[in-house]
Design a protein around this ligand. Structure first.
Ligand SMILES: Nc1ncnc2c1ncn2[C@@H]1O[C@H](COP(=O)(O)OP(=O)(O)OP(=O)(O)O)[C@@H](O)[C@H]1O
Ligand SMILES: [Mg+2]
Length: 262
């Protein structure tokens, strides 16, 4: 479980706020989608949960424990984190990247190797083929999958994902979304997933939090947000997937009259 209570974050001593009075709760086994325009405070929110950044004020707890009372390194080892824009260690092989945390936790080396194989398989990168490569020898999408494998390696209950599927082609992306959703359900992972893609949020999230300029405008199930948007911005975001689907149908289902109809 993740809980934020009246959390504020300023990077300029209170002149402006990247996160304003944010309160939310993600229950055990729940996937919360966090969506909102660039710069609205999504990454800042994730970073405060595992203490890469400290809040200016407010309370954050993970599994009922105040994160401030925990050693930051230890806290980070217990929370899987998929960085925005990959963030692999360039001089480590895929296997070394994936196994960093289990190794830090002093798992026996045979368990580390087994786990490495399992999580690489989970994300569709067979260890035999990929374990010994360096990040520079992978495509962007493959690197992103290594990032997801790394976040899951130490069997965390809580996983924070910052646009985890951004660099993937649409087919691989859909596959990995489904794959991750079933892993998340099976392992009852508590997840916050940042995305720019409302379709992705609708497909994967139990609830969605919409942010704008540091504030949570609304948080609710996809159906609640669709049926009772609390704000015109939420309404516009929610209409996006359907508008695109309608437009596609119009284009693909249309005939020569399409031009005449505009
Ligand atoms: N280390 C930092 N120092 C100063 N300002 C920062 C820092 N990190 C983020 N900010 C500012 O805080 C605000 C929120 O940034 P954040 O990275 O949380 O946005 P985001 O919602 O993740 O955006 P994006 O979708 O583009 O990744 C932005 O205005 C950004 O410029
Ligand atoms: Mg970000």
């Amino acid at each position: 479980m993740i809980e934020l209570q009246n959390v504020w974050k300023s990077y300029d001593f209170g002149k402006t706020f990247a996160v304003s009075n944010m309160s939310l709760r993600v229950n055990r086994g729940e996937l919360l989608g966090l969506i909102g325009e660039s710069g609205c405070g999504k990454t800042s929110t994730l970073k405060m949960i595992n203490r890469i950044e400290e809040p200016s004020s407010g309370d954050i707890s993970v599994n009922g424990e105040d994160v401030r009372l925990q050693n930051p390194e230890q806290l980070r080892r217990n929370i899987g984190y998929v960085f925005q824009g990959i963030g692999l260690f360039p001089h480590y092989t895929v296997a070394e990247n994936v196994c960093t945390v289990p190794q830090l936790l002093d798992w026996p080396s045979s368990a580390v190797l087994d786990r490495c194989r399992v999580v690489l398989d989970m994300v569709g990168l067979p260890a035999a083929q990929f374990a010994d490569r360096f990040p520079s020898q992978l495509s962007g999408g493959q690197q992103q999958r290594v990032g997801v494998a790394r976040a899951l390696a130490a069997q965390p209950e809580v996983v924070l994902m910052d646009e985890p599927f951004g660099a993937l082609d649409p087919i691989t992306r859909a596959d990995l979304q489904e794959e991750f959703k079933s892993i998340q359900r099976k392992l009852e992972l508590t997840v916050i997933m940042v995305t720019h893609d409302m379709t992705e949020a609708l497909l994967m999230a139990d609830r969605i939090a919409v942010m704008r300029q540091g504030e949570v405008l609304q948080i609710g199930s996809p159906a609640e947000l669709l049926n009772r948007p609390a704000d015109p911005y939420v309404q516009k975001l929610m209409e996006m997937p359907k508008r695109r689907a309608d437009r596609l149908e119009q284009i693909l289902g249309g005939d020569v009259r399409l031009g005449a109809e505009g």
